[in-house]
Write a protein that binds this ligand. Structure first.
Ligand code: GLY
Length: 342
């Protein structure tokens, strides 16, 4: 039986098929863009961080302002294990912060290994808006922040971070602890209650009412990391990428693996090829699993992405990665990400 005979036997004519295809195309073209919208990694963070972001977006503000205000909630939270000055320190007991920001005009700003400054994302934005550069690190980033009116904070660790660091010092083991059951908590002090709701980096991406995209990403990096270690979060293209013609993506998890594949850039490029946000995130995770020189059982990575229609998706290497999406009526939905490995 040839194709025409088969279709005829099923009662489907070529005309019917082509009409169906055309109406699907027309439906997808006429479907209203889902905007404004904001999404961020780890629902435990999203449920509070998306709130000021959504307020800005719903009042007609820009995606850039929204993502900056949103991730600052996590940066200011003294109980957050992995973002801001309350987070876990490096091996020497010093909290060092990484962040980057990108807008719809390919403008980028980034800071890394920033110490004693409360809002690295704001410093990243100032780098973007006030300097001819795109990245400042360490003492120079701190000097720039202070010159721009930011206050130098003390070196004292937060209550939770101090306890986690003291616990970690007892063994001083520098190896990742995969905590898939509770989400991703890299290099945590085992058994520490402060890490009951483990998560790391907050990456936030948004589209405003004008259809413009922006993103922000901020972290203290791996707890008890080597001094000077930088992860993916301040690296444009790794921890975050925005192309206003295509979409935006951001990453969480083991930064070395995200850097290895230029993760967020790759997700956006996959969307450019026509993949949905979820398919694009999945392809990037697949690439990590295939190419990592490490044992993929011992690492966790998750991506989230949005395209210009306001469609969104995420994908992770392991289970228990979730994210929060705020759109429509302003409620934040918890989305449990699909994942690759059992
Ligand atoms: N994704 C955060 C880090 O690896 O530093």
């Amino acid at each position: 039986m040839n194709r025409r005979q088969l279709l005829a036997s099923l009662g489907i004519s070529g005309l019917a098929l082509s009409l169906k295809g055309r109406s699907q195309t027309i439906a997808s073209l006429t479907k209203p863009v889902n905007k404004p919208i904001v999404l961020s990694t780890w629902y435990n963070q999203s449920k509070t961080a998306n709130v000021p972001a959504w307020k800005i977006l719903s009042e007609g503000g820009t995606a850039l302002d929204a993502v900056e205000a949103g991730v600052q909630v996590s940066e200011n939270d003294p109980e957050n294990c992995c973002v801001g000055l309350g987070a876990n320190p490096d091996r020497e007991g010093i909290v060092t912060l990484d962040a980057c920001i990108m807008d719809h005009k390919y403008q980028i700003g980034s800071v890394a290994a920033l110490e004693q400054i409360k809002s690295p994302i704001h410093v990243a934005r100032l780098v973007m808006e006030k300097t001819p550069h795109v990245m400042l690190v360490g003492a120079g980033a701190q000097q720039f922040a202070v010159q721009n009116g930011m206050e130098l904070q003390g070196l004292e660790l937060s209550f939770h971070a101090k306890r986690a660091y003291e616990e970690w010092l007892r063994k001083s083991e520098y190896k990742p602890v995969m905590n898939i059951e509770k989400g991703h908590g890299p290099y945590i002090a085992p058994g520490d209650e402060a890490n009951e709701f483990n998560h790391d980096t907050i990456g936030m991406i948004a589209m405003d009412k004008n259809g413009n995209l922006s993103g922000a990403c901020t972290t203290s990096g791996m707890g008890f990391k080597m001094r000077g270690r930088i992860g993916d979060s301040p690296i444009i293209g790794a921890g975050l990428y925005v192309d206003n013609e295509v979409g935006a993506a951001t990453a969480t998890g083991q930064g070395e693996e995200v850097i290895r594949i230029c993760g967020s850039f790759l997700v956006v490029e996959f969307m450019r090829q026509g993949m949905s946000p979820e398919q694009a995130c999945k392809k990037a995770v697949e690439r990590i699993k295939k190419n990592t020189p490490k044992d993929a059982n011992t690492i966790q990575v998750g991506f989230i992405a949005i395209n210009k229609k306001g469609e969104y998706g995420g994908y992770a290497l392991h289970r228990n990665f979730d994210y929060g999406v705020t759109d429509g009526n302003g409620d934040t939905k918890k989305i449990d990400s699909k994942f690759m490995m059992q």
